[in-house]
Ligand binder design. Sequence first.
Ligand code: ADP
Length: 318
Amino acid sequence: MKKNIAILCSGGDVSGMNPALKRFVEYALEKKLTPYFIYDGYEGLIDNQIKEASYCDVAGIINRGGTKIGSARSERFMHKEYRQRAKENLDALGIDSLIVLGGDGSFRGLHTFYKEHKIKFCGIPSTIDNDIQGTDYCLGVDTALNIIKISVDAIRDTASSFKRAFIVETMGRECGYLALITHLTSGSELCLIPEIEYNLDTYEAKFKEEIKNGRRYFIVIVSEGISQKSSEIASWFEEKIGIESRVSVLGHLQRGGNPTVKDRLMAFKFVTLAIDALLERSTESIVCYDAFGFHLKTLKSVVEKPHKLNEELLSLLK
Ligand code: ADP
């Protein structure tokens, strides 16, 4: 009997989801599986928005950000009766294996679903925040970093023309990864992230000296986790350093855009491993990537501990 397998996107969308959908359909068909798309995350699973997918569905999407099948958060999936409905929808189509592109919240939901209904799953970490413990890389991060790079380079043009300090806010929730990597690769003067305490006054003498020596502008990268402080930081530059300042919140533009080569390749590999894992009878796993390559990990090892930013990276900032 032909086996059926489905994929859905849950939580925040990332660039790289469309390349993942394309690989999913192509590799599933190669493995003689019937691929299904579940539209709009767990909401679509509950509402039976599940359709068989073909090559035609994934033609021309590899270069598009976001996700063709939609993503969503679902309050209803937190409740047993709706998960029961989701299970009935999958049963009606003979689907017993799911691939989910999402974050640790989405994976927790899958674990509960597996415990109750024995629907096998493989999770693919997908969040630009790069804040999932157990993997060094989440799908979408490289595209987000490249979008931020273009934005900061553009801000530099205006900052230098006008003699200004720009406080640039990146996403990342409580994780400073995007801000830290941006700082290291954009030549910004200062990076403030939740993982490291700071005292602006320790920079006062240095910055004033730099202005005396010809510096015309400052770029400060601030992570979302301390973004409530951005206007205070801007005021500090105006009052203590004597330079006009602006806050620039990059916001949701960081999540979209043409997926980079790295994200397309990561999508390809993540999905290949996920399908192989489900074919090899893995029941509950997450595909992770670290210095040793790709591994399947248990849900527990991925969500058990809070995420911590890599010490080696942090030391580059300290
Ligand atoms: P992310 O996957 O990006 O961490 P969320 O934490 O918002 O995003 O989780 C996405 C969805 O996963 C939620 O809207 C909900 O439907 C589902 N979910 C999260 N935690 C649970 C849980 N403990 N039980 C059932 N479903 C859950």
